[in-house]
Design a protein around this ligand. Structure first.
Ligand code: ATP
Length: 904
C-alpha cells in the first residue's frame, strides 16, 4: 500500500484536486498496460503479404526482367496504389474504433475537495476516496472504509461467479463488479500496480469481431478465387496455344484477368463501410462497440425496451399524494424547480404530525440523491436517481409552505439498498439505545403486503385486508394517470440491527403514496411510428406498475389496442415457456382488412431475469432482438440479445461492458435511428457489391468471348489492372455514403438468415454484367467493322490502339454508369442528386483517369492507346449508358406499379 494514503486525516472529504494532480504525476494514470499495436510500417508491409499482391509483384519483376519496363512499372505502381488504399482503409477503421473506445471510457465517482463528482477512471490516484454502487465496475484496488451491505462479484479475478460480501476494511479489486449495495473505498493502487494489472494481460477492450457478412464475403472471395485459378488456366491455354501469344505475355495477361475476377478490394471496402456507419451512428448518439453490430441492427425484428428514461425523460416531478390519514395533496410546478404550491384536501382538524410530512421525511431518509441550488431562485441541479431527487424537491416545496419542516435528517446507520427484484429500499437510523427506526420506500405492491399497520392520523392502526385494498385502489387511481407511484413506510425496531433486507422489511407501518410524472420524451412517438411501419415490434419490459406502464405506452403509441396483453412478473413466472411463447405470438386483426398482427404486449413489474427469459423465447422463434437495460442484473440479457443496448447516462459500468450499443442520450428514438442506419448501411453494401461484381463479371466475359471467338483482344494486362485497381475503388467506397431511400423504414426487416448473394441478387448482377459485356463487345465489333476487318484476320497496331481505347473507355464508363444507377435500387438515379457529392467526385476521378489514358500522349505510349474522335466518344457514351436507361425504365415501371417489386 502507498505510504501517503494510510492517514485518516481528511478522509471524508477525499483528496484535494491539487493533491490529486500531484499524485497523478507521481503514480501515472490508472490504466492497464496495453498490448502494443504494430507500428505503421509493419501494417503497411502486411498489405503486401496478400497472395494477389505477391503474384502481381512477381509479374512486375518478370516484366522488368524481360525488358518490359513500362508494364513492369505500371503493375508496380498499381500494387503500391492498392496497398496505399488498403492501408488507409484499415487505418481509418482502426481510428474509428479507437475513438469509440474513448467515448465509452469508464468513469468513477470520486470525492475530491469534499464534493462527490464523476471523473474518468483513468484519472484516479492512490489516496482517492471513491463511492461505489450497484452496477459499478471497481475502477482500482482499494480498501472499504464505509459500507452499506456490499456484495462484489470477483469472477474477473477469481473465476468464481458468486458474489462475495465485503465488510469494512476488506480489500476490493480493479475489474470486479458491485452487484449489491454501496460503499466508500480508499484507493490503494492504480493501473499496472493493481492485482488485475499484475496478473492479467487482458484489457477490457472493444473488439472488432468479423461480422456474418464479412465472413460471407470472405467465403465468396475464396470461392471466386478458386474459379479464378481455373479461368486463368483456361485463358492462359487459350491465349498461348490457340492464339499463339508469347508465353510471358500469356502469363501476364492471365494473371491480370485473375485480378479482374477476384473482388480483392471487397473485404476492405466492407470494413470501411461499416466503420463509416459506426462513425455516423456515434455522431447521432449511438455508440456501437463492434463493427458487426451495425449489420445486425439493420435486421432487428423486435425491440424490448424498458420505460423509465428510455421512453420517458427520467425527469420526475411529484404530482399527487395520498396519505394514510386520508389526506390527499397535489403539487404544482415541474422538474428541478422548488417553486410550486401544494394543495391539500381532507386535512385533519388536530395539529398532529401529518402522514404527509412523515412520508416526506421517510423520502429524505431513503435518499442518496443530492440537490443543490443552481442559478435562478428555486432551481436545483441534481446528482443521483431522479426518483429520489424528485422527493427532495417535493419536500423543498413543502418546506416553503411549512417552514418548520426539517431541512436534514440523521445519517443512516445501515442501508438496505434498492434492487430491481425487491423493488424497494430501506435505511436504519438512530443510535440503537433509544431505538432504531427503519425507513422504507418502494413499489406499493412490495410495501403494502409487508405493512401490518398504518398511521390513521392519531395512532398506528391494524392494516385490515379492506384497508389494504383501499390503499391499492388509490395506487391504481394514481397509476392510471401515468404517475409512477411509490409507497412509504417505517417502523421502530428497538436496538436490533437486522442483517438482511428480508429480516428488516416486514411488519411495516404504512404512511402514504406519492405519484410522480415522468413525461414521455418528445421524440418517441415519431420513432415508435417509424419502428412500427418498418415491421419492428416493440415490447415494453418494465419494472414499473402495469397501469403506469400502459398509460405511458398508450401515450407514445406503443400500445394501440383497447385490450392489450399486460403481464406482470408474477404472472409470467407462473407460466410455462410454451404458454409464454403463445402469449408473445397471439394475433389480432391488423389495421388492414383481413391482415393479422401480433397483439400488443407489455410486461410490467418484471425483474431482470424475466427480461432474459423473454429474449431467449423470442430468439428461439428466430427473432433478432434488441434489448435495453441499465442495471447490473441486466448484463446477462444484454449479452444474450443480438443487440444489447444500454444507457450512456443512466447505465451502470457493468451494463456498458455487456452491451453492444450505448445510447449517449438514453433515448428510444436513438435505437430506431440506429436500426434505420443499419438498414441503410446494409443496402449500401449491396450497392457496391452489385457494382463490383457486375463489373468484374463483364471483364471476364469480354475476355473469354474474344479469346473463344478469335476476335482481336482489346485488353492488355495493364489496362485490366487500371480498371480494377484504379477506376473501381473510389466509386465503391463512395456508394457507402448514400443516404438511403425513403422506403427503407417502410419495408419489413430482412430475414435473419438472408444471404446478401441470394438467387435473385445474383441474377440481377448477372443481368447487368451481361449488358456491360454486350456494350463492350458491340463497341469492339463496331470498331473492327469500321476498320474493314473480316473474321479470322489480324489487325494493325494502329487499329489495336483504337480498339483498346474504345473498349477500355466503354468498359470503365459503363461501370461508372452502373455505380450511378445503383445509387437507388427502387428510385430514379436522378433522385437526390446532391445527397452524395462524394460519388460524383469519385466518378469524376475515374473519368479523368479514362480520359488521361486515352488523350495524354505520354500515357498513350505507356498504355498503347490512341485518341478517340468526337463520333467515337459519342458511341462510347451511348453504348455504356444503355445500362442506366434500361434501369431507369425498370424503375419507372416499378413506380407505376407496372412491374413486380423485386426484393433486392
Ligand atoms: P424501467 O424498468 O422501465 O426502467 P423502473 O425504473 O420502474 O422502470 P426499476 O428501476 O426496476 O424499474 O424499478 C422498479 C420499481 O421499484 C419502480 O417502479 C418503483 O416502484 C421502485 N423504485 C424505483 N426506484 C426506486 C428507489 N430509488 N427507491 C425505492 N423504490 C424504487
Amino acid at each position: 500500500m502507498n505510504e501517503n494514503i494510510t492517514t485518516k486525516q481528511g478522509l471524508s472529504s477525499g483528496l484535494s484536486s491539487e493533491k490529486a494532480r500531484i499524485f497523478l504525476e507521481k503514480y501515472g494514470p490508472n490504466i492497464l498496460p496495453k498490448k502494443k499495436s504494430d507500428p505503421w510500417w509493419k501494417k503497411l508491409l502486411k498489405e503486401f503479404s496478400d497472395l494477389m499482391v505477391v503474384i502481381l509483384i512477381f509479374a512486375s519483376l518478370l516484366s522488368f526482367f524481360l525488358g518490359e519496363k513500362i508494364d513492369g512499372s505500371i503493375i508496380l505502381a498499381i500494387v503500391f496504389l492498392n496497398a496505399g488504399i488498403g492501408f488507409f482503409q484499415e487505418w481509418k477503421s482502426e481510428k474509428t474504433l479507437e475513438a469509440l473506445q474513448k467515448m465509452v471510457s469508464p468513469e468513477a465517482t470520486v470525492i475530491r475537495d469534499g464534493v462527490e463528482q464523476k471523473i474518468e477512471a483513468k484519472n484516479l490516484v492512490p489516496g482517492d476516496l471513491i463511492v461505489i454502487r450497484e452496477g459499478d465496475r471497481i475502477p482500482a484496488d482499494g480498501k472499504v472504509v464505509e459500507v452499506g451491505d456490499l456484495k462484489v462479484e470477483e469472477s474477473a479475478l477469481t473465476g468464481e461467479p458468486y458474489p462475495v460480501e465485503k465488510e469494512k476494511d476488506a480489500p476490493v479489486f480493479l475489474g470486479t463488479a458491485v452487484v449489491f449495495g454501496s460503499a466508500r473505498v480508499l484507493i490503494t493502487e492504480t493501473g499496472a500496480k493493481t492485482k488485475f494489472g499484475l496478473i492479467a494481460h487482458l484489457t477490457l477492450n472493444t473488439r472488432s469481431a468479423e461480422s456474418p457478412l464479412q465472413k460471407e464475403i470472405a467465403d465468396i472471395g475464396i470461392f471466386v478465387g478458386k474459379i479464378a485459378v481455373a479461368i486463368v488456366a483456361v485463358i492462359f491455354l487459350l491465349d498461348y496455344f490457340w492464339k499463339g501469344s508469347k508465353v510471358v505475355e500469356s502469363f501476364l495477361f492471365s494473371i491480370s484477368v485473375a485480378v479482374a475476377a477476384v473482388p480483392e478490394g471487397l473485404p476492405a471496402t466492407i470494413t470501411i463501410a461499416l466503420a463509416l456507419g459506426v462513425q455516423r451512428l456515434a455522431k447521432n448518439k449511438a455508440v456501437v462497440k463492434k463493427l458487426s453490430s451495425v449489420e445486425t441492427l439493420g435486421a432487428t425484428t423486435v425491440i424490448c425496451s424498458d420505460k423509465t428514461g428510455t421512453i420517458t425523460r427520467n425527469e420526475m416531478t411529484v404530482r399527487e399524494g395520498y396519505f394514510s390519514d386520508g389526506v390527499s395533496a397535489s403539487w404544482e410546478g415541474i422538474g428541478w424547480n422548488s417553486i410550486g404550491h401544494i394543495t391539500m384536501s381532507g386535512l385533519p382538524k388536530s395539529s398532529h404530525a401529518s402522514s404527509l410530512s412523515v412520508v416526506l421525511e421517510i423520502g429524505m431518509h431513503c435518499n442518496e440523491a443530492i440537490i443543490s441550488p443552481a442559478g435562478d431562485a428555486g432551481v436545483f441541479s441534481i446528482i443521483g436517481d431522479p426518483t429520489e431527487a424528485a422527493i427532495l424537491i417535493a419536500a423543498e416545496k413543502f418546506r416553503n409552505q411549512s417552514p418548520g419542516f426539517p431541512r436534514e435528517v440523521a445519517e443512516p446507520t445501515k442501508k438496505y439498498p434498492f434492487d430491481s427484484s425487491r423493488k424497494m429500499m430501506s435505511v436504519l437510523a438512530g443510535n440503537g439505545k433509544d431505538g432504531n427506526v427503519l425507513y422504507s420506500k418502494g413499489a406499493p405492491e412490495m410495501i403494502l403486503p409487508n405493512a401490518t399497520h398504518f398511521f390513521d392520523g392519531e395512532k398506528e392502526a391494524v392494516m385490515t385486508p379492506e384497508k389494504r385494498a383501499e390503499f391499492l385502489a388509490h395506487v391504481s387511481e394514481l397509476s392510471e394517470k401515468a404517475l409512477r407511484v411509490l409507497a412509504f413506510a417505517k417502523k421502530n425496531i428497538g436496538g436490533d440491527v437486522p442483517k438482511t433486507p428480508k429480516e428488516a422489511e416486514h411488519s411495516l407501518v404504512f404512511y402514504g403514496l406519492l405519484g410522480m410524472i415522468d413525461p414521455p420524451r418528445a421524440e418517441v412517438p415519431e420513432a415508435v411510428e417509424a419502428a412500427h411501419s418498418a415491421g419492428v415490434r416493440i415490447i415494453i419490459i418494465t419494472g414499473d406498475n402495469p397501469k403506469t406502464a400502459e398509460a405511458i405506452s398508450r401515450e407514445v403509441g406503443i400500445i394501440r389496442e383497447d385490450e392489450p396483453r399486460i403481464i406482470t412478473g408474477d404472472e409470467m413466472r407462473a407460466m410455462s415457456d410454451g404458454e409464454l411463447t403463445m402469449m408473445l405470438y397471439e394475433t389480432v386483426n391488423g389495421p388492414k382488412k383481413g391482415a393479422k398482427k401480433y397483439r400488443d404486449i407489455l410486461f410490467a413489474r418484471s425483474a431482470p431475469e424475466d427480461k432474459m427469459r423473454i429474449v431467449s423465447l423470442l430468439q428461439e422463434k428466430g427473432e433478432i432482438v434488441a434489448v435495453t437495460g441499465d442495471g447490473v442484473n441486466d448484463a446477462p440479457a444484454l449479452k444474450k440479445a443480438n443487440i444489447g443496448v444500454t444507457m450512456g447516462i443512466a447505465g451502470t459500468e457493468v451494463s456498458k461492458e455487456a452491451a453492444s450499443m450505448i445510447l449517449l442520450d438514453d433515448s428510444f428514438a436513438t435505437i430506431v435511428f440506429a436500426i434505420r442506419e443499419g438498414r441503410i448501411i446494409y443496402e449500401n453494401l449491396k450497392k457496391f457489391i452489385f457494382f463490383l461484381f457486375s463489373g468484374n463479371m463483364s471483364e471476364l466475359m469480354v475476355i473469354l468471348a474474344v479469346l473463344c471467338f478469335s476476335i482481336p483482344n482489346p485488353f492488355t494486362a495493364v489496362l485490366i489492372l487500371v480498371v480494377n485497381l484504379g477506376t473501381d475503388a473510389l466509386p465503391a467506397i463512395a456508394l457507402s455514403f448514400e443516404k438511403g431511400e425513403k422506403e427503407i423504414m417502410n419495408i419489413p426487416p430482412r430475414a435473419p438468415d438472408a444471404r446478401i448473394l441470394n438467387k435473385q441478387f445474383i441474377l440481377r448482377i448477372f443481368r447487368t454484367g451481361l449488358l456491360l459485356t454486350a456494350s463492350v463487345l458491340a463497341v469492339v465489333l463496331w470498331s473492327l467493322m469500321n476498320s474493314g476487318w473480316s473474321y479470322g484476320e489480324g489487325i494493325s497496331e494502329f487499329e489495336y490502339e483504337k480498339l483498346r481505347s474504345l473498349a477500355f473507355a466503354t468498359l470503365v464508363l459503363s461501370q461508372l454508369f452502373v455505380a450511378f444507377s445503383v445509387r437507388h435500387f427502387r428510385h430514379s438515379a436522378l433522385h437526390g442528386l446532391t445527397d452524395n457529392l462524394f460519388l460524383f467526385f469519385s466518378l469524376g476521378v475515374s473519368l479523368a483517369i479514362v480520359l488521361a489514358v486515352i488523350y495524354i500522349p505520354l500515357l498513350q505510349v505507356v498504355f498503347k492507346t490512341s485518341a478517340l474522335t468526337g463520333k467515337e466518344m459519342a458511341m462510347v457514351v451511348y453504348l455504356s449508358s444503355l445500362t442506366l436507361w434500361i434501369e431507369e425504365i425498370r424503375k419507372f415501371l416499378l413506380s407505376r406499379k407496372l412491374m413486380k417489386v423485386e426484393t433486392t
